[in-house]
Design a protein. Structure first.
Length: 134
């Protein structure tokens, strides 16, 4: 069986295709890049009733920082799963934690107390020794 040549380069075309895998991959990446912002805008509108401009204003108001921990990183829309109301923008870690805690402030406070207790009683001496060596 004779192999076809790619329409875009001298390589052999992928089986059943007019182009090689490398050229197909380049096309897919170009397509993704071209429509990435449009996809994000549709997601913001359909899930949270936000425009990209509104999210940008929220990011500016929060100075590009997570509303919970203050970390400057990529921010995700945090919303109440019962009402759909947008609360703010969180880093991926805080957004995941809020979801895993069932968005329950009592559980979050108990976890924070637990972590603080164990940090103060067992981990901080280790950290103190590590920082003293450095």
């Amino acid at each position: 069986m004779k192999t076809r040549k790619c329409q875009s380069c001298p390589a052999d075309a992928a089986p059943g295709r007019a182009r090689c895998e490398a050229c197909l991959a380049k096309d897919r990446e170009r397509y993704r890049t071209k429509y990435r912002e449009r996809r994000k805008a549709r997601h913001l509108a359909s899930e949270y009733h936000l425009t990209p401009a509104t999210k940008a204003r929220m990011e500016k108001r929060q100075r590009g920082r997570c509303a919970a921990c203050g970390m400057k990183t990529e921010l995700h829309v945090d919303h109440c799963h019962d009402t759909g109301i947008v609360r703010g923008l969180l880093c991926p870690g805080c957004n995941t934690a809020a979801g895993l805690l069932g968005e329950c402030p009592t559980r979050a406070a108990r976890l924070a107390a637990y972590l603080k207790h164990h940090f103060d009683t067992s981990i901080s001496p280790t950290i103190a020794r590590m920082t003293a060596v450095a």
